[in-house]
Design a protein. Structure first.
Length: 385
């Protein structure tokens, strides 16, 4: 009983955290997926209740010997609405459990098989870019077949029984993204099923499985750097006049500062709801810093931008944190002069998209994809060519 309550509480806590974080960050468009898992199922059968419920007046049964473990598996498919929420359905087979006992009429044996269909709400809480914690709650329409044999069953006239009913199920697990088209998943799930004699049984199944995302959108590129301006050599000095010394030519005026802007995709620089630069983003910033270190620049301004989804205060804070993260990385890892770099958060105040092109205020996959250009980090470099 304590284990069941703990598993249910952990599952609800996971789904609550997922629901809280889902409203605060960009989510990639939804996609379908399928998969298969297999492992060990362990039933928690009350053998005395099953035996005496079947035998009735021909009981009681005693001297029980049981085997409650068997191989279980499940086939499943679902739709991932965003990085946090999915709906999943499938077929499960919890294997069989058996027991033997003795009665006044002779030996009494039982074999119970449990299988069925389930529909779950699955919550995902990302821990890193690839590793996540899962929680699920759902309903299982289980079919239980209880078979009885032995002299005790014959004397009592016990018949095999089939029972199909819907019960709740919960689960917890972890998931690792091997690639964008293959995930590895480990889960512990508890199924509540009927035992064939008007009672219920808990079955815990620990599985390892593979998940195959279908038609998943490709990752966004980090940024497209502007092409460098061609070098223009200064005009040559006039040739000296032989007849008389010519006055020295006036010095050429210093070239005026020329600003250049580079726009970087926020999804490629940062992880989910985070301002720490992830590995793909560090590679792009390293290249940008190398290019800039050989240029004659005066100032660098880093601007963080978000889309209009979410609150103004949250978007402003997130844009400031991400702008400062890029600045700090350029100074500490790129070894650029920190006195020449400034960071500012613009929030949702400077969108690239137009309101008439991306209509609506409710978060949908289509609207999130349309507003993707607004989620960015712009870097403006002022220098001389």
């Amino acid at each position: 009983m304590k284990t069941r309550h703990a598993l249910s509480a952990l599952t609800l806590a996971t789904l609550s955290l997922v629901a809280t974080s889902a409203s605060a960050q960009y989510q990639e468009p939804g996609f379908f997926y399928g998969g298969v898992s297999a492992g060990e199922a362990r039933a928690k059968v009350d053998e005395a209740a099953v035996a005496n419920g079947a035998l009735g007046a021909f009981g009681p049964a005693s001297n029980f010997s049981s085997d409650e473990k068997d191989t279980g598996y499940k086939l499943f498919g679902g739709y991932q609405f965003n990085r946090n929420i999915a709906v999943e359905g499938g077929y499960f087979d919890l294997g069989k459990s058996t027991f033997s006992s003795t009665t006044l009429g002779g030996p009494f044996n039982n074999e119970t098989r449990m299988r069925g269909l389930n529909l779950d709400l699955v919550g995902t809480l990302p821990i890193t870019e690839r590793f996540s914690v899962l929680g699920r709650v759902g309903v299982a329409m289980g079919r239980t077949r209880a078979s009885f044999s032995g002299a005790g069953a014959t004397a009592a006239g016990v018949q095999d029984r089939n029972d199909t009913k819907a019960n709740a199920k919960v689960g917890l697990g972890v998931q690792y993204e091997l690639s964008r088209s293959l995930w590895l998943r480990t889960e512990l799930e508890r199924y509540r099923v009927n035992n064939g004699v008007n009672g219920r049984t808990n079955v815990d199944m620990l599985t390892v499985g593979l998940v195959f995302p279908l038609n998943r959108a490709p990752a966004q590129p980090a940024y497209v750097a502007a092409a460098p301006a061609p070098y223009v050599a200064p005009a040559p000095a006039p040739a000296p006049i032989v007849q008389a010394p010519a006055p020295a030519p006036a010095p050429m005026p210093a070239p005026a500062p020329v600003p250049q802007r580079v726009s970087m995709s926020a999804e490629s620089l940062f992880g989910f709801d985070a301002s720490a630069v992830k590995p793909e983003g560090r590679a792009e910033l390293d290249k940008f810093a190398r290019d800039l270190s050989s240029a004659n620049y005066q100032t660098v301004t880093v601007e963080g931008h978000t889309d209009r989804l979410g609150s103004d205060a949250y978007n402003q804070k997130l844009s400031e944190e991400r702008a400062n993260a890029v600045k700090n990385y350029l100074v500490t890892s790129g070894r650029l002069d920190g006195s020449k770099i400034s960071a500012v958060g613009k929030g949702e105040s400077m969108p690239v998209t137009k309101a008439e092109d991306c209509k609506g205020n409710q978060r949908t996959a289509a609207l999130v994809a349309c507003l993707q250009p607004d989620r960015r980090v712009d870097v403006e470099v002022t220098g001389t060519r």
